[in-house]
Design a protein around this ligand. Sequence first.
Ligand code: KG4
Ligand code: ZN
Length: 343
Amino acid sequence: MNAYTCDGLPRYVLGIDTSCDDTGVGIVELISSELAPDGVRVRANCIWTQTVHAQYGGVMPELASREHVERIDGVMADALAEAGLQVSDIGAVAATSGPGLVGALLVGLMYGKGLAQALDVPFYAAHHLEGHIFAAASEDNLEAPYLALVVSGGHTHLFDVPEVGTYILVGATRDDAAGEAFDKIARLAGLGYPGGPAIAEAALRGDATAVPFKEPLQGQKAFEFSFSGLKTAALLAHKAGAKPDDLAASFQRAAVHVLVKTTRRAAEAYGRQTVVVSGGVAANTALREAFNQTNLRVVFPGKGLNTDNGAMIALAGAAALRAGRSPSPLEAGATAYAPLANG
Ligand code: KG4
Ligand code: ZN
């Protein structure tokens, strides 16, 4: 039987993310006691990362959907085993409804709705970016206000979060996402896929001053990002014979510099001392070190919560429950394009 906290909220929330090429199922536990009134703990975070796309150097949507269908049952069973729970213990279900690849999203969304209906528990359609933000914001039970930088393969978005659930868009990329630039430059330099971890590893061996990169949008008053110029500069340097390790180190330094600089300016302009940095690129050690050297309080997702995962969606579901949000209607559909800004 599903358990409840002393506030009458479901104790275990299951989250599903199938927005791209990772099949993720996570379970979080809501803890409410006098000692930890708003505690939440990740009990399971199981991910099947699809490797079928590596041969194409990018995600093939139809293959992603098919593999989600094949894997989701197994990932779900793994998550329950990791948490030491039965499916009947789950008291609420959340699943990503967008943004993402529609065919891929539909697999997790339909699975989540079916599960919630079978268990007769509330269902929450979750926003993928809100999940990324909660992956970090749940560390230390961080409370708004804060600034949130989401840096992933599909997004480079900066939001002001004055209160839970309100997202004001401060700036975004004009072209490629940061992770997309890591992936494309890694492919060009023959470093493998996904490119983020490959660039980070090669950068350890390279000279970050070997290839000069011009800072994108230098002197701007706004808080926008642009990575296509860095990509073109990398292509030209590669053609001119730059060593892959040097290219990786120099590009990483340029990307980290601009992400930290723009976020710092925005934090100052918006009067925020706390910044949440999340999404796949937040796993980058050089980025973390650079942010940690600022005078801001910077919060990153915990281990295994940077790249796409189900636990972050369970955390978003848990936050919706705590905020008293009504469950989503079962007809909630999957959307490829879904802006988060609502403020
Ligand atoms: O959040 P995520 O799993 O998927 C999206 O929602 O897009 O992010 C994946 C992105 C990929 O572009 C990947 O290359 C990048 O995150 N990434 C990294 C690192 N680990 C993953 N980028 C830089 N450094 C890393 N260590
Ligand atoms: Zn993501």
